[in-house]
Design a protein around this ligand. Structure first.
Ligand SMILES: *[C@@H]1O[C@H](CO)[C@@H](O)[C@H](O)[C@H]1NC(C)=O
Ligand SMILES: *[C@@H]1O[C@H](CO)[C@@H](O)[C@H](O)[C@H]1NC(C)=O
Length: 438
């Protein structure tokens, strides 16, 4: 075992010299399995790409509008019921499952609730349940049954839950396979003080209801990534969640703070992603969508960021975008030190119905920030603000020529920024109890 590790480290040393591009993907050797996964993932990404993003955005808005109508009548009819029964779900994603008393008997119902660019994500739906009962992470090569690492490397769809509340300190990055749901509802699970989650070249993963904080860099080493494969990994960045060339990903109701690198990064042609109902605090570079101005494969990137709460101690990148198409809908921006939404390399950013509260610093009132391009260039990028509520001197600098405006003319009006208090009221990991509406 020791000997194997030494040999692997030697291979690693040569690899760094010979194959710089693969080091970029944390993959140590010139590994054929990973190369196949990368190729497959590229096809999946092109497949998942939506030619008509406006249709996806409008579908979301239609749900929200219909939900608003329904919620008025639901609330009225609930008044007569026992107090403990009343349902507090305040947005269309939550309303799809939270009001059901038997949510814990019907956990996989969650998979029908996603909206936005990640709308086809079903995670581990249709699969067995796997109950994590052991918080340890000692053996990276042969993970112990009952641990989270053992759960996520399994083949086929799997719905992963937790036997009790726990703190999981990952020794190295947790490499998750396709068709998985990690579902923290009903328990208080913290992934903290160690490495983070990696979704590399996989598809169809839901991550729900976790606290993730104080994630550190991992030194790398030999890590099993599936039941039939392991390999050497270089160091991990210290992101809470790294979405690397992965497709159909839904991240919902996480509480995220204080990690070494990003809280959520989506890079290298990752697409069909929804990030919703999350609560972000105490962090510098919050979300990076596209890591490089030269990585044109990020043109397929389509991401929805909705119903999130951006809270205390945040600095920038909520998100910072390149190349792709980004729908930023009904989020509550309470704090930033530098800016909220930024980008380079002509990303399309549609900001709808957000509430932006600028900091008191007169130099940081602008919501937006463009990098590496003069105004003569960025004035052609489509960055639109519709129905946003701008407070404390916040201002959003729009761009995009008349033809871009034309394309947006079919965009439905979202709920206005004034409704985000309600829509984001339960952002972050929820306190859910079995046999009670959550
Ligand atoms: C709202 O109610 C209508 C009619 O009962 C139903 O068809 C629809 O699915 C509901 N929409 C939501 C978002 O719950
Ligand atoms: C994931 O699930 C889908 C649908 O059931 C299946 O076609 C696909 O092969 C699965 N992928 C993996 C990598 O398990």
């Amino acid at each position: 075992m020791e000997c194997m590790r030494e040999k692997a480290l030697l291979v690693l040393a040569f690899t760094i010299i010979l194959f710089f591009p693969t080091v970029w993907s944390n993959i140590g050797d010139n590994d054929k399995v990973w190369q196949e996964r990368a190729e497959e993932a590229r096809k999946e990404a092109l497949d998942a790409y939506q030619d008509d993003p406006i249709e996806v955005m409008n579908q979301f808005t239609e749900h929200a509008n219909e939900d608003m109508k329904n919620s008025t009548s639901t609330r009225r009819s609930l008044k007569s019921r026992r107090k403990g029964d009343s349902c507090l779900a305040t947005n269309p994603i939550d309303r799809c499952w939270r009001c059901q008393k038997d949510w814990a008997k019907n956990r996989q119902k969650l998979a029908d609730c996603v909206l936005g660019f990640g709308r086809k994500t079903r995670g581990g739906k249709g699969g067995k349940y796997y109950v994590v009962s052991d918080s340890s992470d000692e053996d990276l090569l042969n993970p112990k049954p009952g641990t989270l690492r053992h759960a996520v490397i399994q083949q086929g769809p799997l719905w992963i839950t937790f036997a009790r509340s726990m703190v999981i300190k990952l020794q190295q990055e947790l490499i998750i396979q396709s068709n998985k749901t990690i579902d923290g509802r009903g328990t208080n699970v913290h992934i903290a003080y160690g490495a983070g989650l990696t979704l590399q070249f996989v598809k169809n993963v839901i991550i729900h209801g976790l606290h993730m904080h104080d994630i550190q860099m991992g030194t790398g080493g030999i890590i099993r990534d599936s039941v039939d494969h392991y390999g050497i990994r270089t160091q991990s960045d210290g992101d809470a969640i790294s979405i690397f060339g992965a497709t159909n990903i839904w991240i919902d109701h996480l509480s995220l703070s204080n990690c070494h690198d990003g809280l959520i990064d989506a890079i290298e042609g990752a697409t069909a992603i929804t990030i919703s109902n999350c609560h972000f605090t105490n962090h510098n570079e919050v979300m990076l969508f596209g890591a490089s101005d030269s990585s044109s494969k990020d043109q397929v990137m389509q991401i929805t960021v909705a119903f999130n709460h951006f809270g205390k101690g945040l600095v920038q990148r909520m998100p910072r975008c390149r190349w792709g198409f980004f729908h930023v809908l009904n989020n509550d921006y309470r704090h930033w030190l530098m800016y909220a939404i930024g980008g380079s390399q002509h990303p399309t950013i549609i900001s709808q119905g957000n509430r932006f509260t600028a900091p008191d610093n007169a130099a940081a009132k602008e919501v937006t920030k463009r990098d590496y391009a003069p105004e003569s260039v960025w004035k052609g990028w489509t960055w639109r603000s519709e129905g946003d509520l701008l407070r404390n001197g916040a201002f959003f600098v729009q761009s995009g020529g008349p033809s871009n405006h034309l394309a947006m003319k079919n965009l439905l009006k979202a709920k206005p920024g004034s409704s985000v208090s309600r829509l984001t009221r339960f952002a972050g990991a929820l306190d859910c109890y079995v046999n009670q509406p959550c």
